[in-house]
Design a protein around this ligand. Structure first.
Ligand code: SF4
Length: 191
């Protein structure tokens, strides 16, 4: 019987030209850059606020809670992993306080380049932080925007709750599945 099992999705390596990026100062916090994971060029690009750890403290690969919940929700929504590429507003995970607005504004140029390179058909922005940053409006909230498509710089974009929020508040999980299903249905229409 087909059943869900979380797995380590292949990491999209950081381009050589960006490996030494120090533009925003976040490198000082010591976390490594994660460019993205899943299938580069997939029809749906999922945008999160920042990457979770892909390794535990001993350096062993692991699937963090955010990834587990996202993969499970995608599975329940009928999405195949090959339909998805996951990336972030920030390419490094902050572990201490940082200048949020300024840092996101600086790092977003990498996301812009990824969009131009991979040209996804649909975008799904997860969580208020990613939504506010990607849409450029600090007042936006996922709960008021779910279930619609928006044109953001020419990209057909929808929003959903952050997988970590859905993990911590289980009543949000079916809503995350519903929103990913919304994207899955739109993808079918485009085929
Ligand atoms: S978070 Fe983004 S801008 Fe900051 S150092 Fe990393 S890649 Fe560069």
């Amino acid at each position: 019987m087909d059943s869900f099992c979380p797995e380590i999705w292949p990491e999209d390596p950081v381009p050589n030209s960006q490996q030494a990026c120090r533009e925003c100062g976040l490198y000082e916090q010591g976390t490594r850059m994660v460019w993205g994971e899943g299938r580069p060029g997939a029809p749906i690009m999922v945008i999160l606020d920042n990457p979770g750890a892909r390794e535990d403290r001993d350096g062993n690969l692991m699937v963090c809670g955010t990834r587990q919940t996202l993969q499970k929700a995608a599975y329940e929504a009928g999405l195949d992993k090959h339909d998805l590429y996951v990336t972030y507003i920030l390419k490094r995970r902050p572990v201490r306080a940082y200048a949020k607005e300024e840092t996101r504004t600086i790092c977003k140029r990498h996301l812009k380049e990824q969009l131009q390179t991979y040209r996804p058909s649909l975008l799904v922005c997860l969580g208020n932080t990613a939504v506010q940053s990607f849409f450029g409006d600090p007042k936006l909230e996922v709960k008021n925007m779910r279930g619609s498509w928006y044109d953001v710089n020419g990209y057909q974009t929808t929003v959903a709750y952050h997988p970590l929020a859905a993990r911590r508040r289980p009543h949000l999980f079916p809503l995350l599945v519903e929103d990913l299903k919304f994207a899955e249905e739109q993808l079918k229409q485009l085929d």
